[in-house]
Write a protein that binds this ligand. Structure first.
Ligand code: NAD
Ligand code: GLY
Length: 369
């Protein structure tokens, strides 16, 4: 088992990474549950596939457990979804000494985490991430949020979990497309800060996608170590944490344009956005074209999109994409902020990027005027 500590003083916690953790979840969680009670928030797909196993583990540890089951999909991460979950937690009589367990992908983690941050002015929560994306990214670091009609993740809170249990075995039931979407976040870590990890993925990425236990544990652990270090240094994204948004300004704009749904999954948007961020970096003279081509090759090798023409819902209008970028939380005073790169493994935050340069780049990428 790999154990990674997220160091945040009194709010520090461990991320445990291994197959079979759900079977041990009850014993691992019990010390954190003062009243021996938890409400597990999960979606109906995860409940059907893995709910019984988690319930058995919690009951065997003598814990009291209630399930709050929501509909799968990004639309659940909404004001209505938050109201519904909060109301059901209240109906269960969950108290401040009880703990919410977020059992699922990033949607459930973000929603249940946000509910925990405001429920009776804030209660503890535990993350049991069940997608690759959630294991390497969203379950670690305490960002919780819902989407609104004005954009994604615009209402939320920083609320750190008390424990993260990343059971690698649950990934076996993940649809291949979701696995690839999570893998986009894995390559992202190499691209943003670890060239040797990126080179390892160029060689071993196929084994990660085939869920070979050793390769998978190495990849998840390396991502979590990097995230833990960044979050430990910059919990509130004043500096280094922004690097985790590599590919997100381009990606979010496309997600917004395609309706945050099955047309383009979040990880697919990140993959395409990372390829664009490197090509944009090359166009601005920050990195070599060779690095941009290597990035594109590694992303495409995983069956992920790298070009606007790979995304459903096109052609995309440059001005509409730029308008979405202006709504992004990272936009400041109308100027755009991007995470760009000097090389693979050397991302940096570029503030005040001229929207005309972005427009010219998008047109060259095949966007319509
Ligand atoms: P998701 O939670 O929607 O899960 C994807 C799909 O996989 C769902 O249909 C779900 O039911 C299903 N699923 C989950 N686990 C499964 C399993 N083990 N077997 C079979 N099916 C399973 O999507 P996601 O990609 O995990 O997360 C995306 C969300 O995460 C977005 O809302 C994004 O904004 C958010 N996010 C948050 C952060 C953060 O730091 N908080 C970081 C990255 C992404
Ligand atoms: N996924 C970006 C972050 O956690 O900061």
């Amino acid at each position: 088992m790999t154990s990674v500590r997220v160091g945040l003083g009194a709010r520090s916690y461990d991320v445990l990474i291994e197959g079979g953790l759900i079977e041990r979840a009850g014993a691992l969680m019990a010390p954190l549950l003062p009243r021996g009670r938890t409400a597990v928030v999960c979606d109906s797909t995860v409940k059907a596939l893995h709910g019984l196993q988690l319930e058995a583990s919690l009951l065997a540890a003598g814990l009291t457990v209630d399930f709050v089951v929501v509909a799968p999909g990004e639309q659940t991460k909404s004001w209505d979804g938050l109201a519904d979950v909060s109301d059901r937690l209240l109906a269960l009589g969950l108290d401040r000494g009880d703990v919410i367990t977020a059992f699922g992908g990033g949607v459930v983690g973000d929603l249940a985490g946000f509910a925990a941050s405001i429920y009776k002015r804030g209660i503890d929560f535990i993350q049991i991430p069940t997608t690759l994306l959630a294991q390497v990214d969203s379950s670690v670091g305490g960002k919780t949020a819902i989407d609104t009609a004005r954009g994604k993740n615009l209402i939320g809170a920083f609320h750190q979990p008390r424990l993260v249990l990343a059971d690698l075995d649950v990934l076996a039931t993940l649809p291949a497309r979701e696995l690839r979407a999570g893998y986009a976040e894995v390559i992202k870590y190499g691209m943003l800060g670890d060239a040797s990890f990126f080179a390892w993925l160029e060689q071993q990425g196929g084994h990660v996608l085939d869920l070979k236990p050793e390769a998978l544990e190495h990849a998840v652990a390396r991502c979590v170590q990097m995230k833990a270090q960044i979050v430990g240094e910059d919990e509130r994204e004043a500096a280094a944490r922004a690097l985790l948004n590599l590919g997100h300004t381009f990606g979010h704009a496309l997600e917004a344009e395609t309706g945050y749904g099955v047309a383009l999954l979040h990880g697919e948007g990140v993959a395409l956005g990372c390829a664009q961020a490197f090509r944009f970096s090359a166009a601005l003279g920050h990195c070599t074209l060779e690095d941009a081509r290597r990035v594109e090759k590694a992303i495409a090798a995983a069956g992920l999109p790298t070009r606007l023409s790979d995304a459903q819902g096109g052609p995309f209008a440059a001005d509409r994409l730029i308008a979405h970028m202006g709504q992004d939380k990272k936009a400041e005073g109308g100027r755009l902020t991007f995470v760009l790169a000097r090389a693979i493994g050397e991302a940096f935050v570029a503030k005040g990027v001229d929207s005309e340069a972005v427009r010219a780049f998008l047109l060259a990428e095949g966007a319509t005027p």
